[in-house]
Structures are given as structure tokens and as C-alpha cells.
Design a protein around this ligand. Structure first.
Ligand SMILES: NC(=O)c1ccc[n+]([C@@H]2O[C@H](COP(=O)([O-])OP(=O)(O)OC[C@H]3O[C@@H](n4cnc5c(N)ncnc54)[C@H](OP(=O)(O)O)[C@@H]3O)[C@@H](O)[C@H]2O)c1
Length: 343
């Protein structure tokens, strides 16, 4: 199998490579792409692979079976269709195709059935929404879902290499008592701070991240009328997003029944006691749920939980590789190759 990664020098791209190794995905050839050529090749699986600027031609004529995009919305918009024209399945971490009608938004633990035989573009959903949906899916199955409210505590790596660098620079400057004049992807200092804005704010006061969480959660859970309200906050944590989640179920239930559903759910680790922090889950592929409890009062439909997941892994790279594995299992590549040859 011949696979390419666009954005191989970034946080998600390099993690995709690591996850492909960890899961021993059989790959014979790698196309390594970034925004520009690099002098030094990438060493992977004992071989050097040149890192090249991603171009429409390279992606259309590269003979790739699958292309991971881990770059930017603009790069996916410009290049993904060329990869598809060359016969590749596109697994895209950007927001470009996520909400398009007819395009599935797959989280293998939640909605693997949504993969269609003719689909060629597979967006990976927003990282915060993936972590949320892995935890919500068993609750929805057990008791239905009427509404979800969530406050997020999002790691700086969610803004890629630039986010990690900004926190590190601010830390160093603070400890050396220096002024830090370098630019940052965040609207305020993030070191020793929390910022209640992830993405740009629209005319109604919602941030881009908050809108993605709501829309993509509805799409992944296949609940188009689900009420979802989010406040997204950036915190000075390197990896893993945390989420304080408040749910209203459709049917009466209790924490014991919900805990059993969460404990049995694929991709979830449920802690009935204690709590889980982002540092505990760095490098993990599963989503961790703790502090599940009923809200005070007579209602048997209002619950709170604390959800944590490594967003670079389950929220991006691991979910992308799981989609590739799902396609391999469905013999997608045998079929799509045949189709290209027949055309
Ligand atoms: N970080 C996360 O937690 C996370 C989670 C979910 C989804 N995502 C999404 O995943 C994608 C990558 O994010 P990231 O965090 O890995 O960002 P990043 O660390 O900033 O890396 C971006 C990568 O994209 C490459 N790139 C930029 N413009 C390009 C272009 N026009 N053509 C080809 N390559 C280009 C960069 O190459 P150069 O090194 O040459 O600049 C770099 O390899 C984004 O769409 C992001 O929204 C990220």
C-alpha cells in the first residue's frame, strides 16, 4: 500500500507516522509532504523518504492508495480533490469537508456504519468533538440524549507546533524575566492564564471551536436536533483536552446504569472513583471518563461527567489511522483500484 501524509512535519503528521508504526499498518511506500521541500529526508522504517512541497500534480500522479491531510483548511481545499482524482482515499484532519452533505464523519467507536461504498473523502472531526462523542455515544445508546452542555479546557498543542512553541517561549521568558515579543496563535498570554476563546468569534459571540463542537457532535451522533452548547477555553496544558460535560438524557436513568454503559463502551476508560487529568492521558488513544454523577434534585435525567482525551492522538492521528484500518477491513482499496482501472 502506498500512503502519503501532507503535513508530515507538523504535530498531527508526525503522530500519524508514530501511530501507523504502533499499529503495524502495512505500508510499502510513503509520500512525505509539507509546505516546502526539505533538504534532509525523513527516516522512517529504516528508509529515507524525501520531504517535498505538496502540489496538485504530486498528489494526483503519485499513485497513492490513501492520503492523510494534516496541514490546514486551505491546503485540504486546494489539494484533496487532486488526490481523489488520482484514485486515493483522503483522510483529512482539517475542517474543510466535515459538514458537507453526503460526506461521512467517522469515529470508528461511534458510527463505523456511516462509511459508504463510494466515499473517497473521510474528514476527521474536530478533536474536542471526537473526545466528547466517544464519551456521549454510550450514554446516548443507554438512555437517549436530549441536551449536552460542555465547557472545555483545551491544550495548546490543539493549535499545532505554534501553540506548543508559544507556551514554551512564554514560560522561558517568565522564568528569565525577559520580555517575549514573538507572535503567538493565542489572543492573550497563555502561560499562567486561561483564555475563553478558541478560534475567531462570530457576530453572535460564538467561537469557531464552539460552533464546530455543536455541529459535528450532532452529525457524528446522528442526532440532528440535539441541543449542544459549548464554551471552549484554552489552558496552559501541553497535550490532552479536558471537558466538563452536562447531559440531559431522554429517559430516566442513574449513574450506576450510565457507568456500566461507559465501562463497556469501546474506546472509553471509566473511573467510578477519583479523577483523571490531562497529564494522566498524554499519549493514550482512549477517552477517560470520571466524576460521573447525578445533578442535585428530583430529575433522573441530568448528569455531569469529566472527560479527558489526548486530542492529538484520539482527536486526530489515531482516529485518522483507525479510519484507514476500517477502509482496509472493508476492502475499500481493492474496490477503488478496480474502479480507477475500469474508468
Ligand atoms: N493539533 C491538534 O490537536 C489537531 C487536532 C485535530 C485536528 N487538527 C488539524 O490537523 C491539521 C494539522 O494540525 P497540526 O496541529 O499538526 O499543525 P502544525 O503542527 O502547525 O503542522 C502543520 C503542517 O502542515 C504543513 N502545511 C502547512 N501549509 C501547507 C500547505 N499549503 N501545503 C502542504 N503542507 C502544509 C506544515 O508544513 P511546514 O512544516 O512546511 O510548514 C506542517 O507540516 C490542521 O488542519 C488542524 O486543524 C489538529
Amino acid at each position: 500500500m502506498k500512503v502519503a501524509i501532507v503535513g508530515i512535519t507538523g504535530v498531527v503528521g508526525e503522530t500519524i507516522l508514530r501511530v501507523l508504526d504502533e499499529r503495524s499498518v502495512a505500508i510499502d511506500e510513503l509520500g512525505a509532504f509539507a509546505s516546502r521541500d526539505r533538504r534532509e529526508p525523513l527516516l522512517w522504517r529504516g528508509r529515507p523518504w524525501p520531504i517535498l512541497a505538496a502540489t496538485p500534480r504530486a498528489l494526483r500522479e503519485g499513485g497513492f492508495d490513501a492520503v492523510f491531510f494534516a496541514s490546514s483548511d486551505d491546503a485540504s481545499a486546494e489539494l484533496a480533490e487532486h488526490a481523489v482524482a488520482g484514485g486515493a482515499a483522503v483522510i483529512d484532519n482539517s475542517a474543510t469537508f466535515r459538514m458537507r452533505d453526503g460526506v461521512p464523519l467517522i469515529v470508528p467507536e461511534v458510527n463505523p456504519h456511516a462509511v459508504g461504498d463510494d466515499d473517497m473523502i473521510f474528514p476527521v472531526a474536530n478533536c474536542t468533538a471526537i473526545v466528547l462523542c466517544v464519551a456521549l455515544a454510550p450514554i446516548a445508546r443507554a438512555a437517549g440524549l436530549r441536551s449536552v452542555r460542555v465547557a472545555t479546557y483545551q491544550a495548546v498543542s490543539g493549535a499545532g507546533r505554534a501553540g506548543l512553541d508559544a507556551l514554551e517561549r512564554e514560560e522561558k521568558a517568565a522564568y528569565r524575566l525577559e520580555e517575549n515579543l514573538a507572535s503567538s496563535p493565542f489572543v492573550r498570554q497563555i502561560f499562567r492564564n486561561v483564555i475563553p476563546q478558541v478560534g475567531s468569534i462570530d457576530e453572535f459571540g460564538d467561537s469557531g471551536e464552539e460552533k464546530k463542537i455543536a455541529a459535528e457532535t450532532r452529525k457524528m451522533l446522528e442526532l440532528p436536533d440535539l441541543h449542544v452548547a459549548a464554551t471552549a477555553v484554552r489552558v496552559p496544558v501541553r497535550y490532552a483536552h479536558s471537558e466538563a460535560v452536562f447531559v440531559e438524557t431522554e429517559r430516566d436513568t442513574d449513574p450506576v446504569a450510565l457507568g456500566e454503559a461507559l465501562g463497556a463502551a469501546p474506546g472509553v476508560v471509566f473511573f467510578p472513583d477519583g479523577n483523571v487529568t490531562p497529564r494522566d492521558v498524554e499519549g493514550e488513544d482512549r477517552v477517560f471518563v470520571s466524576r460521573l454523577r447525578a445533578e442535585e434534585g428530583p430529575s433522573k435525567r441530568h448528569f455531569q461527567l469529566w472527560v479527558v482525551g489526548d486530542q492529538v492522538r484520539k482527536g486526530a492521528a489515531t482516529n485518522a489511522v483507525q479510519i484507514l484500518e476500517l477502509l482496509i477491513a472493508r476492502e475499500h482499496f481493492t474496490k477503488s483500484k478496480r474502479q480507477v482501472l475500469a474508468d
